[in-house]
Design a binder for this molecule. Structure first.
Ligand code: PMP
Length: 447
């Protein structure tokens, strides 16, 4: 018989009854209490710098004052909290702001679906809709992709470990290599198109291509824009839809609001979640070209599609983008982060490679064990940071877009200290590293 310890037993640790599935709290084991922008304090009053941003759900930092003020005003006025898909004034304000601030200036013609509040919910909706529109079953997804943990999204996810948890076959996904360098990547797409068109290839035409323009979990590989454009044109040739999963890379993380803007493509469906609410409140949207909005009423339902608190903070967050200084400050932070990552990678060329774009930067370690050591040490130094990539070999730097310059620099010093200790001259025969702020970048930057 299993007997639960009584909560009144001395030394009972409430966290001990949390499932074994927990993960981030294993490396970052403190109990966190309060946070402001990129600074977080634990129960003991210890201060941390946040390079995690709740995996891209806190692009505007913790408790952004403008968003918090709107939310408090709304709650104090007894605003509706949750409303399924009923009309509310908070939803109307969000839709109007999204149209005026995001869609109209970019001349993007999309209708908006509110699925359940997670990124996975948005991806599931997108995949279902693409299959329904095209009456085809297979979708093309890419190596190292991450699209979520429920069965449809997991089928499109690459990780063997994550897929292993499914318990049933994950099917109807055709896997292609993600954005290999140079013409090879484009050639892979063209070969695939030719195979689909070959009547005896045995390869069915796909309903859609689902793609992250920068692989957030897969190791911060950035798809070159010519590859993204080739993908769009192959999809058009095959009558398949293009789904951009902008759950992690969207909402300004790579620079512009959408990550695909730099490639000048026009996806048929776009998935946004994580930072769309701006405040860390659960919310997701699926943007659909009007001609593909073939849902019948209530055909893809869900209780939590009307988180009005999230609508309120999302509206306030979009308001921030109307301020030119807000945008230019992000560009400055981006340059600092980018230069630092390039600088330290250049100092340890045999051990480190710079990855990423915008405020979504990474360092790939040739040896994954050292990556783990550095991450653990950085946490001990008071920096919240995680690893990604197929072997957990890429350190992911995802500070809030709004991080103050001094706090960013302090976080980078803490990380530099961890890297230096783990790649120390004694261990690696390497020279000391000085923090560089404005040296040129060696990575090719797309313009
Ligand atoms: N797509 C991408 C690109 C993601 O990074 C994630 C989450 N890391 C998801 C989908 C799933 O989002 P969620 O965890 O909110 O379900």
């Amino acid at each position: 018989m299993n007997v639960h310890p009584s909560p009144i037993v001395r030394h009972f640790d409430p966290f001990s009854i949390e499932s074994n599935v927990r993960s981030y709290c294993r490396r970052m084991a403190s109990t966190f209490r309060r946070a402001l922008n990129a600074e977080v304090w634990d129960d003991e009053g210890r201060r941390y710098i946040d390079f995690l941003s709740a995996c891209g759900a806190l692009n505007y930092g913790h408790n952004h004052p403008a968003l918090k003020a709107e939310l408090l005003k709304y709650i104090c006025g007894d605003g509706i909290a949750t409303s399924m898909d009923l009309h509310t004034s908070a939803k109307r304000a969000f839709l109007a702001k999204f149209f005026g601030t995001v869609l109209l200036p970019r001349r993007l013609d999309y209708v908006i679906q509110f699925p359940g509040p997670t990124g996975t919910n948005a991806v599931e909706a997108a995949l279902k809709l693409a299959r329904k529109v095209t009456k085809r079953r297979d979708v093309v997804a890419f190596t190292n992709a991450f699209h979520g943990m429920s069965l449809g999204a997991l089928a499109a996810t690459g990780s063997r470990f994550a897929r292993g948890g499914a318990g049933v076959p994950l099917s109807h996904v055709h896997r292609l290599p993600f954005a290999c360098a140079g013409n090879d990547g484009v050639k892979v797409l063209h070969d695939y198109r030719d195979a689909v068109c070959d009547p005896s290839s045995g390869i069915e035409a796909p309903a859609a291509f689902i793609v992250e323009t920068v692989q957030g979990e897969g190791g911060l590989t950035v798809a070159p824009y010519e590859w993204l454009r080739a993908l769009e044109s192959v999809a058009r040739d095959l009558g398949a839809l293009v789904i951009v999963d902008d759950v992690q890379a969207g909402c300004g993380r790579t620079g512009p609001f959408f990550s695909f803007e730099r490639a000048n493509i026009f996806p048929d469906i776009v998935c946004l979640a994580k930072s769309i609410s701006g405040f860390g409140l659960p919310m997701a949207v699926v943007l659909i070209k009007p001609q593909f909005d073939r849902w019948r009423p209530a055909e893809h339902n869900g209780t939590f599609r009307g988180n009005n608190h999230a609508f309120v903070t999302a509206t306030a967050a979009l308001g921030l983008w109307e301020n030119k200084k807000f945008q230019s400050d992000i560009t400055t932070r981006e340059q600092e982060l980018w230069n630092w990552v390039d600088g330290i990678a250049a100092d340890y060329p045999r051990f480190l490679e710079a990855r990423g774009i915008g405020m979504m930067q990474g360092l790939r370690f040739a040896d994954p064990h050292i990556a783990v050591e550095v991450a653990d040490r950085a946490v001990r130094n008071g920096l919240l940071i995680e690893l990604c990539g197929p072997h957990d070999e890429v350190l992911k730097l995802l500070p809030p877009l709004t991080i103050e310059q001094e706090v960013l620099e302090e976080g980078l010093y803490r990380l530099q200290d961890a890297i230096r200790a783990c790649l120390s001259p004694a261990r690696m025969g390497y020279r000391r590293y000085r923090l560089r702020r404005s040296e040129g970048s060696s990575r090719k930057r797309e313009t």
